[in-house]
Design a protein around this ligand. Structure first.
Ligand code: ATP
Ligand code: MN
Length: 482
């Protein structure tokens, strides 16, 4: 078999007048002469010019949008506009036919909603080529970042039995026949009969296991799928998403924030430096979409400017208490424009509040710290109550423009007595969590960590607006196609 050359390589070369073979999928076939072929190596197509007068009519008919072809010919400098090189075809083979009448992707602009319905084919569009290349680059950059710092990549279990994390609703894992579930005498489900001999579920976070490893390796991170059965049909929630969770011994909250900010800037910079073509494409795409919006809703910065802005500025750091003060006095609050008005300390912040702080007030990424303990998880380190007796924990959430929360983290409670006390208050079974508490019993140490939602990062970097469009096959309520 003649070795193929990737289109990316051919578009970069000036080594003309040689025979090359390209294999890819036909995007368009114009004038019975010009075939635009895409092989996925770049957004750009290569043009192959076929001499139709000397080509079998039946073969020409099979050159249709979507067909897979192998083209051999002479690589020449193009005389036409729009491309540097083209292939003068000497041999063409149809590898896989595509019925033009039935192929759903026509050479025109399709809506993202339509493309979502044909997610098995949307990889073949420029938009999704760009999005998933950037997704790849960001994943690679995450590993690069942590590897360079000596972190250990830890694989935490996907099936877990701990139900104490409280990060979200869980999917059950069971091999029971739903029509014949074994029951105890009192009618409750007898999980002893189930596959694992106990109730199990899909993980909502690898953090607790991450903490165990951090107490040996010092610095670890996870990067894996997590699952939340929360019924939130938003543009920022998936039922299955990927999360990056570093956990570091001897880190306090400030160290934790520094690391998170450094990580975000590193991976964004990596994308800018390595995904130039893809980002240029998405930038243009976004600005075309923005033009359809009313002036007041358009963003002031284009995609690349927005990314660079994020690199060039320190994230604004402030406490929850300070944020509440700002929100209380804000125009939308005073004019009762918030759906959830802010009147008391202790309220959980809604997306509208986060977006006000980030997009209207500070106009840059914001890190909120020291949230009320009531609205945060049991494992977060407790602060001394303030003068007014209000209890807070050393939590930090990073909020991004257009996204809202992208990172959630904290310094962990390393003091056994404080941790047990909080767990008892929150009615978390201490017995079941004994393995977790062992870290505090044997050589406990201050430590901290955070969770970065990978799809929310990809959303930000690609400028896409729906999280369903940055993961190949989204799982959301009432949808698990493909
Ligand atoms: P939110 O309030 O937006 O639902 P959360 O407080 O439930 O988020 P955490 O439990 O702190 O989020 O999870 C850590 C990170 O994981 C979040 O900052 C976010 O980036 C991401 N994340 C959380 N839930 C989802 C989801 N359903 N889909 C995609 N990403 C998510
Ligand atoms: Mn959530």
């Amino acid at each position: 078999m003649f070795k193929r050359t990737k289109v990316r390589q051919l578009l970069e070369t000036t080594h003309y007048n040689r025979e090359v073979t390209v294999k890819g999928w036909v995007r368009t076939f114009r004038n019975n002469q010009f075939i635009a072929i895409n092989d996925g190596s770049t957004i750009s197509n290569i043009q192959a010019v076929i001499d139709f007068t000397n080509t079998d009519e039946a073969l020409l008919k099979r050159i249709t949008t979507g067909a897979c072809v192998s083209v051999t010919g002479n690589l020449i400098e193009s005389v036409g506009k729009g491309q540097q090189v083209e292939i003068k075809v000497t041999g063409l083979e149809i590898i896989g036919d595509s019925d033009a009448e039935k192929f759903p992707l026509q050479p025109k602009k399709h809506s993202l909603e339509f493309l979502r319905e044909i997610a098995h084919l949307r990889f073949r569009t420029n938009t999704f080529n760009a999005v998933f290349k950037i997704r790849h680059a960001l994943a690679f950059a995450v590993h690069q970042f942590f590897n360079d710092k000596g972190f250990v990549y830890l694989h935490t279990p996907i099936i877990t039995s701990s139900d104490a994390e409280g990060a979200g609703e869980m999917f059950r894992v069971s091999t029971f026949d739903p029509d014949h579930v074994p029951r105890n005498e009192d009618g409750s489900v007898n999980y002893k009969e189930d596959f694992f001999g106990k109730a199990t579920n899909l993980t909502v976070s690898g953090q607790l296991e991450g903490e165990l490893a951090a107490m040996a390796f010092g610095e670890v991170y996870t990067f894996g799928p997590t699952f939340r059965a929360e019924n939130s049909n938003t543009t920022r929630h998936l039922a299955e998403f990927w999360m990056i969770e570093p956990e570091m011994a001897f880190f306090d909250l400030d160290d934790n924030m520094d690391l998170a900010e450094e990580l975000l800037k590193y991976v964004i910079k990596y994308a800018i430096e390595n995904c130039f073509e893809e980002l240029e494409f998405l930038k243009t795409r976004l600005s075309e979409e923005e033009k359809l919006k009313p002036q007041t809703e358009r963003s002031e910065l284009d995609l690349l400017a927005k990314l660079n802005f994020c690199l060039d500025n320190d994230f604004e750091r402030l406490t929850y208490t300070e944020a509440i003060q700002i929100l209380k006095n804000s125009k939308p609050n005073q004019k009762k424009q918030f759906k959830y008005p802010i009147d008391t300390w202790g309220a959980d912040l809604q997306s509208e509040h986060e977006r006000f702080l980030v997009e209207k007030y500070f106009k840059k990424p914001v890190i909120l710290t020291n949230y009320p303990s009531e609205i945060k998880a049991f494992y977060m380190r407790q602060n001394e109550p303030d003068e007014q007796g209000r209890k807070t924990v050393r939590a930090m959430d990073i909020l991004f423009p257009g996204i809202g929360e992208i990172v959630g983290g904290s310094q962990r409670e390393e003091r056994l007595d404080k941790l047990e006390q909080r767990m008892a208050e929150m009615e978390i079974p201490l017995q079941e969590m004994s393995w977790y508490l062992d870290t505090r019993r044997f050589g406990t140490a201050p430590h901290a960590g955070f969770g970065l939602g990978f799809e929310r990062l990809v959303l930000f970097v690609t400028g896409m607006t729906n999280i369903r469009d940055v993961i190949p096959f989204p799982r959301t309520p009432k949808n698990a196609e493909f």
